[in-house]
Design a protein around this ligand. Structure first.
Ligand SMILES: [Zn+2]
Length: 160
C-alpha cells in the first residue's frame, strides 16, 4: 500500500480544523481536547480527552477525527482517550472563547476563582443583567439565559 507520508505537522494541521459536533463554531483544538498526536510505526495515534463525561458527542468526535484523516488520504488512526486530568472549560483557548462570544454563546467563566457558574455578561450587549431560563440549553453542556436589557435569550457554555 502506498501510504501517504505521515508528516506529524500536517496531521496536526488537519486535526486542528475538525469542528466540535455540538458547537461547530469551535474546533477540537479551540476546545483543547486533542491532547497528543504521534506517529509510531506508520500508525497515527491520537489521544483525546472527552469534554463532559458521558457526553454523547464523544462518539461523534472520535468519528470526525477518524474521518478527517481518512478523507485527507491518511490511514485510519488509532484513538485513545485520556480521562485524567479531566477536561475543564479552562482548556478552551482564548481564541475559542472569542469565537463563542461572536456566535452569541457566553463563554465559560474560569472554573476557579469566583466559583460563579454563570455568564459574566450577555454576549450580545455586554450587560451583566441576566437571568437563567433553564439549566439545560440545546445540549447538556450549555444552559439558557436571557438578557434583561436587550431581552435576547442566549446560551451559556457552562464551566466545568
Ligand atoms: Zn443583552
Amino acid at each position: 500500500m502506498n501510504a501517504k507520508e505521515l508528516n506529524l505537522d500536517t496531521i496536526k494541521t488537519i486535526l486542528a480544523t475538525v469542528p466540535d459536533p455540538e458547537v461547530p463554531v469551535l474546533t477540537l483544538q479551540d476546545l483543547g481536547i486533542i491532547r497528543d498526536v504521534e506517529v509510531i510505526d506508520n500508525v497515527i495515534k491520537v489521544t483525546l480527552t472527552p469534554t463532559y463525561m458521558g457526553c454523547p458527542a464523544t462518539a461523534a468526535i472520535r468519528k470526525m477525527v477518524s474521518d478527517a484523516l481518512i478523507e485527507a488520504g491518511y490511514p485510519k488512526p488509532e484513538l485513545y482517550e485520556k480521562l485524567f486530568p479531566a477536561w475543564t472549560t479552562d482548556w478552551i483557548t482564548d481564541e475559542g472563547k472569542e469565537k463563542l462570544k461572536k456566535f452569541g454563546i457566553a463563554p465559560p467563566n474560569p472554573s476557579t476563582g469566583s466559583g460563579m457558574n454563570k455568564p459574566k455578561a450577555c454576549p450580545l450587549c455586554e450587560s451583566e443583567n441576566t437571568e437563567v431560563v433553564s439549566q439545560f440549553g440545546s445540549t447538556a453542556c450549555k444552559s439558557l439565559y436571557r438578557c434583561l436589557d436587550c431581552k435576547e435569550p442566549f446560551e451559556y457554555f457552562k464551566c466545568h
